[in-house]
Ligand binder design. Sequence first.
Ligand code: PHE
Length: 342
Amino acid sequence: MEILELKEEAINSINSVNSLVELNNARTKYLSKKGLVSSLMANMRNLSIEEKKTYGAQVNELKNTIEALIKEKEEYLNDLKVKEQLEKEAIDVTMPSYSFNEGTMHPLSMVIKELEDIFLGLGYEVATGPELECDEYCFEKLNLPKGHPARDMQDTFYLDAEMLLRSQTSPVQVREMLKEKGKPIAIICPGKTYRRDQDDATHSHQFMQCEGLVLGKDITLADLKGALLVMAKNILGEDKKIRLRPSYFPFTEPSVEVDVSCVKCGGKGCSMCKNSGWIEILGAGMVNNNVLRMCGYDPEEIQGFAFGVGIERITMLKYGIEDIRNFYMNDLRFLKQFKEAK
Ligand code: PHE
């Protein structure tokens, strides 16, 4: 093959190469020991010395040209490879992210948190106890011996003669008193409770209570009223009033039922408050001396108050929820309405 012809062919074929593999094949084809440039060199044998000079120079020039072309192409292909790699691995930080569902806080959790904030602010601590309780703490030490008629007030799930699912959060009071051994106490105890109730719009076999207990020197019913007024105003609105009515609980003496001015009519009287202007929200009283004694406290030295508020009850009043089952149905349309105040 003629030098010029080979040069043209080599330029064309190296130009059209698209990969490093193809380029390597071209290198072998033209520049290897048995390649086309070497075979041109072999032709030199038959030439005169003068001819050899020019011919040799031309073949060398061809060799250099091909080498330069291949080198250039190799650099180009390598750069291309790096560029492609970078493009493939690049992260576009400006790309919008996927949207995701943001959870909302359950209304009961929101009210528990509010209760905790209010009472922590008043110097109380938050205490908890087990949902699986013994009869002794849930009833006996709360002045409800076995066979006491007031046990009927709370239809209880028993596991055996001694163990039960707590029907109130009051046993946490007992536990705290036994632990503190006669020392002053100021606690609230939010938690789940269970009763053998038929589920309907206002009853649930599982619901939540928040117990409060304050024991100290010279604690009076006025302190109870003050604490409950702060709670009612904070949870249900600044304009709320409360009133105490005499009632009966075995673990308190005197006992009261506490009403709040109607959340709907503000006290004027409406269908919600049955025209009374008041809505019952909780039970409370001064801790019964028998309870104090059974739990290691001397009533001559220390006394105090306790209250128990239904968390579902105040949450329903706060948000105008009419059916208690909404809290447990897990209907997202219901749950999504509640957003924690930032
Ligand atoms: N534990 C009572 C109930 O569930 C409420 C209560 C608590 C009353 C503390 C007085 C004192 O009915």
